[in-house]
Design a protein around this ligand. Structure first.
Ligand code: ZN
Length: 207
């Protein structure tokens, strides 16, 4: 494995340990110190890494570790993976079930499912249809809100259909145009750009 890739993997493992410990309790100094040393070594110094390395480890209280651990996660723009937070995957699965209602309403007989791919170092979810997929994949963090997940999954299903069967779906019955997923009052909806913009239905409730 390329050394840069290996370094990224070590960093991700340590961030994952810190995240899990902050969530479940019991963060100890070890992963915090190890990550801070590595980041300093790689020239990615931050106020948090400096503070961690300047202070004797024995002087770091639980409150200090929590604060510094949170800083390390924030500075790294850390987002939990499906493996760390299985509920994120469950939320996307549920969203796909809702979007499938619209697929059926559009007359497409589908075997849609969510998959991950070994080659995808970002660990995204992909909507698979007839053994293929298309588009950009869905980041795990999309599963942290039910409505956010609906919008993202609706987009992904649309991209996959477009790429796999060259079919515009769904279509506005009034204007004959392709609909796009958007949000109205924080609810995922299908919108049409015909005659100005109008909302056709919430995602999952297409006629
Ligand atoms: Zn329309």
């Amino acid at each position: 494995m390329h050394s840069e890739e290996r370094a990224k993997q070590v960093e991700d493992e340590l961030l994952g340990r810190i995240y899990t410990a902050l969530r479940d309790g019991g963060l100890d100094a070890e992963p915090v110190l190890e990550l801070a040393s590595l980041l300093e070594e790689w020239g990615e110094s931050t106020p948090a890494t400096q503070e961690i390395l300047e202070r004797p480890a024995a002087h770091l209280t639980a409150a200090d570790l929590t604060r510094l651990g949170e800083s390390l996660l924030r500075d790294a723009n850390f987002e939990p993976s499906f493996a760390l937070e299985p509920r994120l995957w469950a939320t996307l699965e549920h969203a796909l079930e809702v979007v499938k209602r619209d697929v059926r309403a559009g007359g497409i007989t589908s075997t849609l499912r969510l998959v991950t791919h070994d080659w995808d170092s970002r660990g995204r979810a992909w909507v698979e249809f007839q053994g293929g997929y298309h588009g950009n994949g869905i980041d795990a963090i999309a599963g942290c809100s039910a409505q956010g997940a609906l919008g993202e999954v609706a987009d992904a299903v649309q991209e996959t259909f477009m790429g796999m069967i060259l079919k515009v779906w769904p279509v506005c019955a009034t204007h004959g145009r392709g609909l796009h997923a958007g949000y109205e009052h924080r609810m995922a909806v299908w919108r049409c750009t015909g005659d100005g913009t109008h909302t056709v239905a919430p995602v999952g409730e297409l006629p």
